[in-house]
Design a protein around this ligand. Sequence first.
Ligand SMILES: C[S@@+](CC[C@H](N)C(=O)[O-])C[C@H]1O[C@@H](n2cnc3c(N)ncnc32)[C@H](O)[C@@H]1O
Length: 407
Amino acid sequence: MAAEPLLRALTRMRSFVLDPDVLVRAVASGRQKGAQPRWKRVELRYVDLKAGRHLQVTAYDETQAHTTNHAVGEPGQPSPARDAVDDLMDEPFGNWHVETTTQQHQVRVTKKLEALVHTTERAEAVEVDREHDRDKGRLFPEDDPVLVALGISTAEGRIKPSRQAKYRQVEEFLRLLDASLGEALQKGHLRRPTAEDPLRVVDLGCGNAYLTFAAQRFLTHVRGLPVRVTGVDVKQQSADHSSGVAERLGVEADFVVGSIAAAELPQPPDVVLALHACDTATDEALARAVGWEAALVLAAPCCHHDVAAQLRRTPTPAPYALLTRHGILRERFADTLTDALRASILRLQGYRVDVVEFVESEHTPRNALLRAVRTGGPVKGGGVRKEYDELVATWGIRPRLAELLDL
Ligand SMILES: C[S@@+](CC[C@H](N)C(=O)[O-])C[C@H]1O[C@@H](n2cnc3c(N)ncnc32)[C@H](O)[C@@H]1O
């Protein structure tokens, strides 16, 4: 993915955002280097009100959402919607995510203030939903029985104020899952499941299985795919709780009590999820995924201690001492190093990998997600291997994932 001038990329995104027949939704978030946008996050979509078509802008600050509607106006006439979009495009957001009926565009602004644009085609075109009720634009309606059963929504089908962040995380996860799965199916990297041989999805370190049930519900009810989910967690309480939820929902799902490293599954899964599994449990999940030759892996790492501890023990190579001198910077650097090495190791195992933003959970402020699609067999030598070898040699570290895969 080559960088391109930011203005050019934003002008292209602006044309999608300004077209009510094409835009499904757009989200601006993050910030550009050294700048601070007015809002933490902004979501845009079109809604049909009694007073005509409007652009609905929901802007989030630290504590709450502010929703405003801006008339679209006739062609050639003044357009409050266009003005609102131009104001937002002027804000120094670090990311723009623009979903159209046929494509999803992810724009990331680099430190040099250039744009990296990643575009994926949808497996099938979707329709624009312009119902005024905000929830209709969501992947998962507030009153979905899964959200009620998981205690995210009240019995009346409204999100509990204390669970808003969890709901946002579920939505964000489903969007990433939907886009990744759609692309993998379209490109033939993931087999088309059948009723006799459903898509096998395993969630490693599933906890209370919010995302396991969300994935199951979304893939079966919204995408119409036959799916069988399995959750794995060391905690017996997790399996008891999740089995109870599955029974209440009438959903067939399996919950295995065991470690990620050793859990036995009847058949290798097609899709491996590992969301906020602690420290090297993410490495164990990635190693299992590689061993199973899983077609798609979505892993959001949690706390990273292993490489941070190795950096503390090993002398820092010149001229990088400043990166590790202060504890907080060393920890952040260790996070980046860990995930960069994980991505590199997965590439060596035949996966195409990208690292994208995922909203953080209540367990961790970390917000990266490794998305890996198996596109071939292990890579023996070449540039990827050289890059990896040089990086670990420079820092004198041995990533846990490399150990697990005997690399
Ligand atoms: C922070 S929670 C995340 C839960 C869930 N994936 C989510 O994102 O909502 C991490 C879960 O991983 C489980 N876990 C951590 N290490 C594990 C391991 N090595 N094997 C199995 N489960 C593990 C913990 O018991 C805990 O339930």
